[in-house]
Ligand binder design. Sequence first.
Ligand SMILES: [Cu+2]
Length: 167
Amino acid sequence: MALVKLLALAFLLAVPISATDYTVGDASGWTLGVDYNNWVSGKTFQVGDRLVFTYGSTHTVDEVNQASYTSCSSSSPISSASDGNTTITLNTAGTHYFICATSGHCLQGMKVQIPVTGSAAGSPSGSPSTPSPPGAQSMGVSLTSYSMSSMVMAVSSVVVVALGLGC
Ligand SMILES: [Cu+2]
């Protein structure tokens, strides 16, 4: 069965994996008084990249939808963390919205929106998808499940081929 492992390894190496970790706000971290629009500008975020939030105990990281981002509402977050060091993997294409849930902080600018494009590996057409607010969330989910199922199929076919070769 050594050939199976070899082929599986070759397949894994052939998949481009280039996830990047971004520390939100760089050295300033996640806090008051940072212009996060300025921090985002010029950066390109892809599916699989990770956001690292570092912050003090008076802050939280809440992922919210666009409406809650706009109105600074933390009443129904998608996720919420307050451990001071939060890593969030950008699993779907589209815009991801984060706010601090501490009263008044979001209104004072502690909010950031991250436009995420599909990675080349995860996009069926091969071209990067541009984030579009309406339906972006569901598009990202379908992109992710597409790449998951195609990866499972590819691994299965490698195993089938290897078995067919008689190991
Ligand atoms: Cu805060």
